[in-house]
Design a protein around this ligand. Structure first.
Ligand code: AVJ
Length: 322
């Protein structure tokens, strides 16, 4: 009998295949993040042009009392879930304030990286030993079940960093609907949304001269080379950023500087790029109150409160079920 090995493609393999055989070509920004990508993103957050992180930090600092009041209304103890908790640098502002004010809560950070969760748990144990931490490892999607299963306690779900900006509006609505489906009437969703502003300021945040964002963007090609045995020549691509102030969408591309052939061995895939052909890699959506209100409404949520920095570059909204 003839043996046949059927190897199922991983989501990464599948999406790379689909995106590079499509016209126009695209790759998903979720594949920027391996150990190298995580570290490049840390570098991005430290760049002067990348205002988002500093703004959200300032908002949490400035409004921590009001945020605490909103979370602990009627003194009900709550579970604080955080999607994509990372290093928890911003969240610790709130955790510290809650502890100092004897707020009853427990913290349930969710992240795809067990390593990030272990580090986070250790650092909280060290800096804020009174905080009860229960980590949950998985993708947003798998862990929604864990959130849904909590019935006995009030829930607050954090989603910081304007990570929602990587989603097109229909996907964002779908995601908000999924969150709505796992909360009850008094539960809250607390989310960061980068705001529309001077288009030059937005463009600069994704177009630094130091080449960090370029390296971040190209990391998806590096991963294809390493993990799928591809032969992209990174020097043959430009990092190109555009921002449309009407739609509020910043888009990243890799642009081929000359015609090229690429072979991805693990996919048995040969692709060709014409000179100046593009691979679209990321959107970073910017918002205003009207758009956020519309997304919430479409998902069956309503804006309960909002907090902004002094320049109104960035906002954190609290949503409740409509
Ligand atoms: C982590 C998705 C919020 O879109 O601003 C930073 C990722 N891309 N620079 C963003 C990113 C290029 C970032 N998010």
């Amino acid at each position: 009998m003839q043996e046949k090995t059927i190897t199922k493609k991983t989501p990464f393999e599948q999406e790379v295949y689909e995106g590079l055989t499509a016209f126009p070509k695209y790759l998903s920004s979720k594949y920027f993040y391996d150990a190298i990508g995580d570290s490049l993103f840390q570098d991005i957050m430290a760049m002067p042009e990348y205002y988002l992180t500093d703004c959200e930090f300032a908002i949490l600092q400035k409004h921590k009392s009001a945020i605490t009041k909103a979370f602990s209304e009627h003194n009900a103890p709550f579970s604080l879930f955080e999607l994509g908790a990372g290093d928890g640098k911003k969240t610790k502002i709130l955790l510290k304030h809650f502890t100092e004010n004897q707020i009853e809560f427990d913290y349930r950070p969710i992240d795809i990286s067990q390593n990030a969760l272990d580090q986070l748990q250790r650092s909280i144990q060290h800096e804020l030993p009174k905080v009860v931490v229960n980590t949950i490892q998985g993708t947003y999607f798998d862990t929604l079940k864990d959130i849904a299963e909590e019935h006995s306690k009030k829930k607050v779900i954090l989603f910081l960093g304007s990570n929602i900006g990587n989603l097109l509006h229909p996907q964002a609505i779908d995601f908000l609907r999924q969150l709505k489906a796992v909360i009850h009437e008094d539960d809250l969703i607390f989310m960061g949304f980068d705001q529309k502003k001077n288009p030059q300021t937005v463009l600069n945040a994704y177009n630094d001269d130091s080449g960090i964002t370029e390296a971040f963007n190209k990391n998806v090609l590096t991963r294809i080379n390493k993990e799928l045995d591809g032969n992209f020549d990174l020097d043959n691509y430009l990092h190109w950023e555009v921002y449309d102030p009407e739609s509020g969408t910043a888009k990243s591309y890799l642009v081929a500087k000359q015609a090229q052939e690429v072979y991805i061995k693990k996919l048995e895939l040969n692709i060709t790029l014409d000179a100046w052909e593009t691979i679209h890699t990321e959107i970073s959506q910017k918002y205003d109150d009207k758009v956020v209100g519309w997304l919430a409404k479409e998902a069956g949520l309503k804006i309960h409160a909002q907090f902004s920095d002094d320049r109104a570059y960035y906002k954190n909204y609290i949503f409740k079920k409509e």
